[in-house]
Write a protein that binds this ligand. Structure first.
Ligand SMILES: [Zn+2]
Length: 439
């Protein structure tokens, strides 16, 4: 069993303009036949395939793994990158000291191992049902051991046995070699220039600073989506592209993206690649699509064969030029940190789209606490204060209700009232319901 702790966190919900906070939460998780079968019955497809899981599918598998009872579903929105890393490592753990020599037949077998197939193996080998709660890798090892030790049933032909063993091997291999069936996207991000090399300079701005702001915003979004990132730098330091290329190659990332800011009085964004074929070209096209989506005009994808970042990297690589630092209009859209963060988010969206990971803006849905229907109340005191908000901590509007019947359109808890605060339909403000009688 794996125990993870999701730290207390605060998120801003743009829909309600409120901060949502969660307490620290400890979750007990198990990667077992039970979790596998829950997930498969929901998504109606096998879990142990090479197909990359989407972000939602991955989070849902973590939900299926959860043993802890009554977990607030919002908690899963606060999983950190290190939580996800821990879970990945746990799923990949062999959980056994038993080793087998690899069966050559295994590579050729195409049978897809679903939870039903594993249950069928358990039944045919008389493995007790409680083992469905074991770590899946341990259960698969047990099945394999039983297959080796038990005399196989007479009905099975040699070929059937071979097929079954091969399927087991394939399943186990998939367990150990996670590439493909979990989001394993890894991205190398570089912020061009730095330290004694400022890059292009214009209007009192240095390219190296702009590139770093874009990288940091892009990284934030990618990490939130479970993407593993390796960054060339996180502060102002000298980091030439020869160094970046070495780091990128050592990181074994799936793609490498370098952020720069253009110079030469042009206008618009452009993405540079080594060739118009392959994955880098696709990433570059998506980068241009997403800079256009935030209002920048695109000069398109350009082929450049003289840039070391593109030539020296072993993985598909793209250089993104967000705008021209020395063009007065283009400079206007990158001269604040907020504007540069927008570019960072746009590039992150491009990268996520490349990996097929749906973008999530980080907001969570909160349960509705609002009363759905308006109701009438009768006030029998003359001097009931109307306040600007639901609580005595909100200022008085200066108006008072007077005696009469009023329509309440919303109720909220707040300071200084046991029965809560009611919002007046008139729009004048809020009153304490301690002094109101429902009619
Ligand atoms: Zn540059």
């Amino acid at each position: 069993m794996l125990i993870i702790t999701i730290p207390a966190a605060e998120l801003f919900n743009e829909k309600t303009n409120e901060f949502i906070t969660t307490k620290e939460q400890t979750l007990q998780l198990e990667h077992s036949l039970v979790s596998l079968s829950k997930w498969e019955s929901k998504w109606c497809k096998p879990f142990l395939t090479k197909e990359t899981k989407t972000f939602e599918e991955t989070i849902d598998y973590i939900k299926c793994m959860t043993i802890t009872q009554n977990v607030n579903p919002n908690v899963y929105n606060f999983l950190t990158a290190s939580n996800i890393e821990d879970i990945k490592n746990y799923i990949e753990a062999p959980m056994t000291a038993t080793t087998f020599s690899e069966d050559k037949q295994a590579g050729r077998n195409r049978e897809i191992t679903t939870s039903e197939v594993i249950y069928q193996w358990m039944i045919s080998l008389n493995i007790p049902m409680e083992c469905q709660k074991w770590h899946l890798n341990r259960l698969l090892t047990l099945i394999r051991v039983c297959n080796v030790k038990n005399t196989p049933p007479k009905k099975m032909s040699k070929r059937d046995i071979m097929n079954r063993n091969a399927a087991l091997n394939a399943a186990r291999k998939k367990q150990l070699n996670t590439k493909g069936w979990w989001i394993m996207a890894k991205v190398y991000l570089s912020a061009g220039h730095g330290g004694s090399d400022p890059g292009a300079v214009a209007y009192g701005m240095k390219e190296k600073d702009l590139n770093l702001d874009i990288l940091l915003a892009c990284n934030e979004v990618l990490v939130r989506h479970g993407v593993t990132t390796v960054l060339s730098r996180t502060k102002d330091e000298y980091d030439p592209s020869t160094q970046e290329v070495k780091e990128a190659n050592a990181s074994k990332a799936d793609i490498a993206v370098s952020f720069h800011t253009n110079a030469g009085r042009g206008d618009g964004s452009e993405s540079l690649v080594l060739s118009t074929r392959g994955k880098a070209y696709k990433v570059a096209q998506l980068c241009e699509k997403h800079t256009q989506a935030i209002g920048q005009n695109s000069r398109g994808v350009k082929v450049r064969n003289n840039l070391w970042f593109l030539k020296g990297t072993k993985m598909p690589a793209v250089i993104c030029e967000c705008a021209f630092i020395d063009h007065d209009k283009d400079n206007d859209i990158i001269d604040t940190v907020e504007e540069r963060r927008k570019f960072g988010v746009a590039y992150a969206k491009a990268i996520l789209e490349y990996f097929g990971i749906p973008y999530n803006d980080g907001t969570v849905t909160t349960p509705e606490t609002k009363t759905s229907e308006n109701f009438l109340v009768k006030i029998s005191i003359l001097t009931l204060n109307i306040r600007k908000g639901p609580g005595t901590n909100y200022a008085k509007t200066g108006k008072k209700t007077g005696r009469g019947t009023f329509t309440i359109v919303d109720v909220k808890e707040g300071k200084g009232s046991k029965k809560g605060w009611g919002k007046l339909k008139s729009g004048d403000g809020w009153i304490s319901l301690d002094y109101a009688k429902r009619v």
